[in-house]
Write a protein that binds this ligand. Structure first.
Ligand code: IPE
Ligand code: IPE
Ligand code: MG
Length: 251
């Protein structure tokens, strides 16, 4: 399927969020160590970043490492961090060429200093990109993020900047790591599990959810385009009764 076939029907989704799951199982199925699955999974990242930028998606959020993934064996965590550094080193130039701006969400202070430095560097070097935002969720947990936002708001209430009555959706949004980004329109999880695993708990309130059995290293542009095509047929009501053909939330 060509991009234009999908694109012509309607505007592309503004924000796609993906739980990239199934690397370990892919490796096991092919007789490799889990780390090999993560390496091949990084190639899928390249393909999806290019495809989403081409389609005209504004934000692509990729769940790369969860707050719970710190509990994995130290060797696997170290391998994932090494891969992340390699990815950033290798891809920064290409992101700049594609006018993509890198951003990261999560408790980045938990990353070791070399990884954090590489990440900050990549974000800085791509900061003038005016095309797609590639938003990497690293050491990220939705509950952590909400706790951090709540704590920050409490401090501001204490200091007299806001009153408790002024705490609303908008203020909470502004204190989340994703501040300034639109909510995801589509959330895709590969790897066959039907769960959210602490991903964007607040932001996914009205996302359209897609669960694919495909393991992340095998996930293709074609499958992404089929999902976008399906998304464009869905009627998003946001709790209302709406006129036929009116899909967009108008607030
Ligand atoms: C997703 O693949 C990548 C990360 C969580 C970092 P997994 O490593 O969870 O792969 P499976 O689920 O064990 O197959
Ligand atoms: C979710 O996958 C986290 C990432 C893809 C980064 P997991 O493999 O860690 O999730 P669970 O353990 O199956 O819920
Ligand atoms: Mg998994």
């Amino acid at each position: 399927m060509e991009i234009s076939e999908t694109q012509n029907k309607m505007v592309p989704p503004r924000h796609i969020a993906i739980i990239m799951d199934g690397n370990g199982r892919w490796a096991e199925q092919h007789g490799y160590l889990r780390v090999k699955g993560h390496e091949v999974g990084a190639e899928t990242v390249d393909r999806m970043v290019s495809a989403c930028a081409e389609i005209g998606v504004e934000v692509l959020t990729l769940y790369a490492f969860s707050s719970e993934n710190w509990q994995r064996p130290a060797l696997e965590v170290a391998a994932l961090m090494r891969l992340l550094r390699h990815y950033l080193r290798r891809e920064t130039k290409r992101l700049i060429e594609k006018n993509i701006r890198l951003r990261a969400i999560g408790r980045l202070e938990r990353l070791d200093s070399a990884v954090r430095k590489e990440l900050e560097e990549a974000c800085r070097k791509t900061s003038s990109g005016s095309g797609m935002i590639l938003n990497l969720a690293i050491s990220y947990g939705g509950r952590d993020e909400i706790c951090d936002a709540a704590a920050a708001i409490c401090r501001e209430v204490q200091s007299g900047k806001y009153t408790c009555d002024e705490v609303d959706e908008k203020l909470i949004n502004a204190h989340l790591d994703t501040s300034g980004l639109p909510d995801p329109d589509i959330m895709i999880r590969t790897g066959g599990e039907f769960r959210i695993s602490n991903f964007l708990l607040w932001q996914l309130a009205y996302a359209e959810l897609y669960f694919s059995d495909t393991l992340w290293p095998d996930f293709s542009k074609d499958e992404l385009l089929r999902i976008i095509d399906d998304f464009q047929q869905r009627e998003r009501r946001f709790g209302r009764v709406i006129e036929r053909g009116k899909y967009e939330r108008d607030r």
